[in-house]
Design a binder for this molecule. Structure first.
Ligand code: EPZ
Length: 417
């Protein structure tokens, strides 16, 4: 179990390269199950969640060749063995294997993915889609068995624009008999990236990125070559690190359109951005001032940026309200930030943040992925030394974070327990 030791850092300066998106590469790796040909995927961040997904594919019999930042996956020899629970319970995204295995083999047995600190995270919308496509669903002893004689296209309305449900249903539908329409679906950039990957395999998907996706079932899918889109949440995290240290950095390998909700909100706080020839420049345009923020499905302000944004708010002038509407328990970072001297009060799914002159370094604990990132951000500006334990949460979703931050001047080092 490792720890990060972080000293108050001078303004971050320099260039930082953003890696491929965790929340895009995970469903795309699951989608390789749909073909017996090889898929060559570039810009793969080999972070803990990706390694776990690769182990899950390997447990089904997939052949995996890893290179520096790419992977070739061949699922020509896989069978639909039950997935090892010790791997399934590690990552929520393991449930994304259900749709592809169901589409390829007509039956899948998978453990109910556990909840996690940020919420119960049910899979009812995934299962609603599968059953509307003709699958039978049995749940016993914590294992879900989904089976079908052949999936049929269906019209599916999602009660909530769930990212995972949209992805799982899309992957199940690409080889179904007939046409599937998913309405009120998620419109995140990662959905568009998955749809592009599936279409490169030979699928017939239109409407990805809008709230209605149409999939015309096809017989077989082939392998393909694909480059993962940049990680907009990693980029947003480093933008805030630059803002809180009054730095001036350039982020390379970003898609400005994907960052719009975050750049717009940061500008209101005096963290400015401008597009340059090789990326996006992020710099401080004056004293930080607080605003209100409400998390929403894309293109609203991303829930995955809420904790990091709150860290910035703790040392910004005035009071701001954070309203978390996507997950029911995504304020675990509040207690830890208050231990650093922040002034945050909780009222149901809102946090009232009053900026303080400075926060103080101390011993804190990462409770989940983005809460851990928020603590790193806060530690960069806090007086003295901060020690963050349970950093495995952070390493699930950030590739080489201490290396990347050190390169632009952060005072961060990792120690093994
Ligand atoms: C994806 O999770 C992301 N994970 C999450 O990122 C992200 O926070 C989330 O989308 C929202 O953008 C991956 O892509 C691997 P949802 P997912 O289904 O698909 C409820 C991170 O930090 N819901 O859109 O699980 C659910 O409980 C992670 O990188 C149902 O009720 O999110 C939640 O309240 C955290 N029934 C809301 O919808 C369902 O069947 C959003 O969940 C499915 C979801």
């Amino acid at each position: 179990m490792g720890k990060f030791i972080i000293e108050k850092s001078s303004p971050l300066r320099g260039r930082i390269k953003i890696s491929g998106a965790k929340n895009s590469v995970l469903p795309i790796l699951a989608a390789t199950i749909l073909t017996d040909k090889s898929c060559d995927i570039n810009e793969v961040p080999f972070l803990k969640d990706v390694e776990t997904m690769l182990e899950l594919l390997n447990s089904l019999g997939a052949e995996i060749i890893k290179n520096k930042d790419s992977v070739i996956v061949s699922c020509n020899k896989i069978s639909n063995k039950e997935l090892p629970y010790d791997l399934v319970k590690k990552i929520r995204a393991s449930f994304l294997i259900a749709g592809p295995v169901l589409a390829r083999f007509g039956i899948v047995r998978i453990q109910m993915p556990g909840g996690c600190p940020i919420g119960v995270r049910p899979v009812d919308l995934h299962l609603k889609g599968f059953s509307l496509m003709g699958a039978k669903i049995k749940q016993e002893h914590g294992v879900i068995e989904i089976s079908t004689k052949g999936l049929k296209g269906a019209d599916i309305y999602l009660d909530f624009p769930s990212v995972g449900a949209t992805e799982n249903i899309m992957m199940a539908a690409v080889m179904a008999k007939g046409v599937t329409n998913i309405s009120n679906c998620a419109v995140e950039p990662e959905i568009v990236d998955l749809a592009q990957f599936l279409n490169q395999m030979g699928a017939k998907i239109t409407g990805a990125g809008s709230d209605n996706i149409k999939i015309i079932g096809t017989d077989i899918l082939n392998g393909c070559k694909h480059t993962i889109i940049p990680d907009r949440i990693e980029a947003g995290t480093y933008m805030i690190a630059a803002g809180i240290t009054k730095g001036d950095i350039i982020m390379q390998n970003v898609i400005p359109e994907h960052l719009k909700p975050v750049t717009a909100k940061l500008k209101e706080m005096n963290v400015m951005t401008e597009e340059t020839s090789d990326g996006i420049r992020v710099y401080c345009g004056g004293n930080l001032k607080n605003v209100d923020v409400k998390t929403m499905p894309f293109p609203g302000f991303p829930t995955d940026m809420q904790a990091q944004f709150m860290s910035l708010m703790t040392v910004s002038k005035g009071t701001g309200i954070v309203n978390e509407t996507v997950f029911e328990n995504r304020f675990m970072h509040v207690g830890e930030l208050n231990r650093m001297g922040a002034d945050i009060k909780l009222e149901s799914n809102s946090a009232i943040v009053t900026g303080v002159k400075k926060t103080m370094g101390t011993k804190v604990k990462a409770t989940d992925l983005r809460a851990g990132a928020a603590l790193i951000i806060s530690a960069l500006a806090a007086e003295g030394e901060t020690e963050i334990s349970d950093i495995y949460h952070i390493e699930r979703g950030y590739y080489k974070i201490e290396e990347k931050l050190s390169k632009i001047g952060a005072n961060i080092k990792k120690i093994e327990d």
